[in-house]
Design a protein. Structure first.
Length: 456
């Protein structure tokens, strides 16, 4: 018997159906159903014999799903109804007892939370591996000098190790964001029913413990409508993908003929269908392009949720495709970024030549005047005049003569030329977090400690 007399229109069926994409929730649905059945038996809501039948039937359904022999029926609206339908086919009417004291509303919210938890753990592992790779590559190029940039203009020299570790700390913050996602999924929705609770004195905490949740959602209405944890994952994924995009953007620049700082391995590059000489950094380029895709999923889900009244609305079905694609995109991007980094070959001479541009030492010359008592703003102007003169004459700063210094900056003496010795530009940056080798070594040690701590 049904509430409806007329059949659903085919267009509505297609619009309403989610089986085409929520099938991947099947393992979590079965795991949650087993925990729910055990709670029902422990609470004397179903018999021990019923539990045995349900567990056996759910194991059979899981075997079909694992072996890819599970058949979706034409009337299966979603994976949750498909599993229940198949369970009843296998075990008979007892299968209908499984849905006692739960609704699809709390069931789906639980499955999605479990999915987010599982893929948060995977994202954490992948981010950690990327962080480990960054440290390894940085250590292998510890004292390789290169120019640092602002506005994509050469600014001050740094060590390549220092530059790579800057990316490390970005991904460390991503790791912290994913850690928060685990906290955001700590409360079990199951047992909230459709929205108001259920008519049985259930033991929700036992289900939470079985499924690895720290606690239960305290309000049944919030439990079935909450998708904050999906937003939290998408937010963490968006920021992480943006960091991957920025890393990719640098590799694209560095591997160009104009920079010539590095070359990607053949495994992460492609050629041209027309130009035989080309070696394109496609992996790095795609890392740039994937980021806005993930960010778009976050924005879209905010759009879905922003005007919804409590509690469950069919709009919430739109959380899954955004989540699933973001998970897959980030997963692949992290794997590719790690492999790409491992395969990069850097050109030490090209990097050093670019870092040896004496104009990058202008700030060091200004600081020399500051140490002699001149206010920085005044010293900045003096050195700017030296730079302008050198550029106009087509020479380097060290090619300015002592007579030039006497006319343009009489406060300077032979120490000016000592400062322009390139090794001093880097090792003078002794402040905490700076690029001098002792500070980079400190940073490297801290990075390895954090990796070991996070891996425990």
């Amino acid at each position: 018997m049904s509430r409806f007399r007329d059949p659903q229109d085919a267009a509505f069926q297609a619009l309403n159906s989610s089986i085409g994409f929520d099938y991947r929730l099947a393992p979590y649905d079965i795991e949650g159903s087993i925990a729910h059945a055990r709670m029902l038996a422990a609470s004397a809501i179903i018999s021990a014999e019923d539990l045995d039948v349900l567990e056996s039937g759910l194991a059979a359904v899981r075997a079909e799903i694992d072996s890819d022999t599970f058949a979706v029926a034409p009337g299966d609206e979603d994976i949750h109804m498909a599993i229940e339908r198949r369970l009843i086919e296998i075990v008979g009417p007892v299968g209908g007892k499984l849905h006692t004291a739960r609704s699809r509303n709390d069931q789906v919210a639980t499955d999605v939370a479990m999915f987010v938890r599982a893929h948060t753990l995977r994202a954490r592992d992948q981010v950690l591996e990327l962080m480990r790779t960054l440290v390894d590559v940085a250590e292998a190029h510890l004292d390789w000098s290169m120019p640092g940039y602002t506005h994509l203009q050469r600014a001050q020299p740094v060590y390549l190790s220092h530059h790579l570790l800057a990316h490390f700390w970005r991904f460390r913050r991503d790791l912290q964001r994913f850690n928060f996602c685990m906290t955001a999924t700590d409360d079990l929705p199951l047992g909230a029913g459709a929205l108001a609770g259920v008519n049985f004195d259930t033991a929700r905490m036992s289900v939470a413990q079985d499924l690895g949740f720290a606690g239960i959602a305290e309000n049944s209405m919030d439990a079935v409508s909450n998708r904050d944890f999906v937003l939290d994952f998408l937010s963490a994924a968006s920021t992480c993908a943006t960091h991957l995009s920025q890393l990719g953007a640098e590799v694209v620049l560095w591997s160009s003929e104009e920079f010539g700082f590095c070359e990607p391995s053949d495994a992460f590059a492609s050629g041209s269908s027309l130009m035989p000489q080309k070696k394109n950094p496609d992996a790095a380029e795609l890392l740039r392009a994937k980021a806005p895709r993930v960010v778009a999923h976050l924005t879209a889900l905010h759009g879905v949720l922003h005007g919804l009244p409590l509690t469950y609305n069919k709009d919430l079905q739109e959380d899954k495709e955004h989540l699933f694609d973001a998970v897959d995109t980030l997963d692949l991007s992290l794997e590719a970024a790690t492999g790409m980094l491992r395969g990069l070959t850097f050109d030490r001479e090209r990097l050093a030549a670019a870092a040896g541009d004496q104009f990058l030492a202008a700030t060091d010359v200004a600081d020399l005047l500051v140490r002699r008592g001149m206010p920085f703003r005044e010293s900045h102007g003096v050195v700017a005049g030296l730079v302008r003169t050198a550029i106009e004459r087509g020479m380097t700063l060290s090619e300015l003569t002592r007579q030039d210094l006497a006319e343009l900056a009489p406060q300077l003496d032979d120490e000016y030329y000592e400062v322009l010795a390139s090794s001093s530009w880097l090792e003078s940056k002794v402040s905490e977090g700076g690029t001098s080798l002792p500070r980079v070594r400190e940073q490297m040690a801290q990075a390895r400690h954090l990796i070991a701590e996070a891996a425990d």
